[in-house]
Write a protein that binds this ligand. Structure first.
Ligand code: LFR
Length: 475
């Protein structure tokens, strides 16, 4: 292809962004167009995403993108997984819940009473996480489910608002717990066993296919109505982790990845799922990847532990200088506590340092005494969890890796990258920080014919455009 430009909308758990992605045979360049906070809202019935505010920012960002680049070839949206809106016709039935809302505990009980976890795992290949769509649906009131005629995951919802077309993008649909891991289709038998209306689940769409053209009213709103060709919205790996893994700048095949942001998604890429009893017991997931790959990985907690700690400290009115705090953490000389980052007690928002201190006290570990010690303890504990997960991923899949790629926000945390190299004994290649947006851009660019090639070729392009930083293990 001769190259061109597309717009990527990437909605993260703490912020969203709109980027222009310039793609050609010689590389990729990202230009940030808009960045906006994503702040959840607690109302009487629980914790919600402020979805209309997000959509308003998406529209404003797209208007700016079109103003800068009238030659835009395509638009695509990705976000975190599992969360959804229920609709009846064009109307959204209530505001989407945040996956950290506590109601899912009820859902887990209801779902496992109908279908035991071992059977869910055999069918969907998905690790047990209370946040999974299936457990959220288990907590939905019956009358609301019966009243709805569609369930749309967050990127599918934005795509629907942009185009009027309802689809379920396959990589993100794989995080619902209702997709069959072998056929990659909605599992009708499972959906029936759970008493869910089959009609809620829209036709699936593959990354690279066109969702639809912008609705005339939307095109008008973003200043694209006068463009010569109508703007398509393209399906991509709309699960942010699918796009991030797509954009890992790997040169060979023997790599593991850590997509490190609010969560850390730690694993390997496979051709076929692994749904053994052993992988179930180890709680490994088989999520759908771009180009039919399997993301065999584990959700390890992530920078959420750090950001929620910082939020706690800032509640007293103080402003935390994170780079300075990280430097202090790197200088801590005494051994610090290594705690269980995946403990269920760390999932909900709120005072994180107190919860970490309590965990350490309860488990006979030294309680961090300063902010620097808390930060060091968080990063050591994350790096240790990465090492344990990576060893398990290799053991369970039979895939042996020689390099670890860290992409996303955590790739900019030098201390975390070094500790990961030290605790795994493997070289870490860090970056790009915007892997998700890059994966989003590349799949649309390929669909639009701006660039050609298989996954390996696209990854080589990422490596050329965003050379990763290398961390060697100590000793
Ligand atoms: C990362 C991510 C994870 C998913 C979690 C909740 O942003 O998408 O892959 O497990 O958020 O949706």
């Amino acid at each position: 292809g001769a190259g061109g430009v597309v717009a990527a909308i990437d909605l993260g758990a703490t912020s969203g962004r709109v980027m222009l992605g310039y793609v050609g045979p010689n590389g990729i360049r990202l230009e940030p167009v808009a960045r906006f906070p994503n702040v959840p809202v607690r109302t009487i019935d629980g914790l919600h995403w402020n979805i209309l505010e997000l959509y308003r920012n998406v529209i404003a960002g797209l208007a700016e993108a079109v103003r800068r680049e009238p030659g835009l070839a395509s638009i695509a949206v990705d976000s975190w997984a599992v969360d959804y809106a229920l609709l009846r016709g064009d109307r959204m039935l209530g505001n989407p819940f945040h996956y950290r809302d506590e109601r899912t505990a009820r859902g887990v009980e209801a779902v496992h009473a109908a279908v035991p976890f071992a059977e869910l795992y055999r069918t969907s290949g998905l690790q047990f996480l209370t946040i999974n769509t299936v457990y959220q649906l288990g907590a939905e009131p019956r009358d609301i489910l019966d009243h709805a005629d569609a369930l749309l995951l967050i990127p599918d919802l934005i795509d629907f608002w942009l185009t009027g077309v309802r689809r379920a993008e396959r990589t993100n649909a794989s995080t619902t717990g209702l997709l069959n891991v072998h056929t990659r289709e909605w599992d009708d038998a499972l959906i029936a066993s759970l008493g869910l209306p089959r009609a809620l689940f829209p036709a699936l769409i593959e990354p690279g296919e066109t969702v639809g053209q912008l609705l005339p009213a939307v095109a008008e709103e973003i200043g694209a109505a006068h463009l010569a060709t109508p703007l398509p919205v393209t399906a991509i790996g709309s699960h942010d982790t699918a796009s991030a893994v797509m954009a890992v700048p790997a040169v060979g095949d023997d790599f593991a990845y850590i997509s490190s942001g609010t969560w850390s998604l730690v694993g390997v890429e496979l051709e076929h799922p692994v749904v053994s009893d052993e992988s179930r017991a180890a709680n490994f997931t088989n999520e759908g990847g771009v180009d039919g790959r399997v993301r065999f990985l584990q959700n390890v907690s992530g920078l959420w532990l750090l950001s929620e700690s910082v939020r706690t400290w800032e509640r007293s009115g103080e402003v935390i200088d994170l780079p300075a705090l990280l430097a202090e953490a790197a200088a801590v000389a005494e051994p610090v506590a290594v705690f269980e980052v995946g403990d269920a007690g760390f999932v909900a928002p709120g005072d994180m340092p107190s919860r970490i201190a309590k965990w350490c006290a309860d488990h006979g570990q030294p309680v961090p005494q300063s902010r620097a010690e808390f930060v060091r303890s968080i990063l050591e504990s994350l790096a240790e969890a990465y090492a344990v997960s990576l060893a398990a991923a290799q053991h369970l899949s039979g895939k042996v890796v020689s390099t670890i790629h860290i992409v996303g926000g955590g790739s900019q945390n030098a201390l975390l990258c070094q500790l990961t190299a030290d605790r795994t004994g493997l070289p870490v290649l860090a970056g790009p920080v915007e892997a998700t947006a890059i994966g989003n851009v590349l799949v649309q660019a390929r669909a639009a014919g701006l660039v050609t090639g298989d996954l390996a070729a696209l990854r080589a392009l990422v490596a050329e455009s965003f050379p990763p930083v290398r961390y060697r293990p100590a000793g």
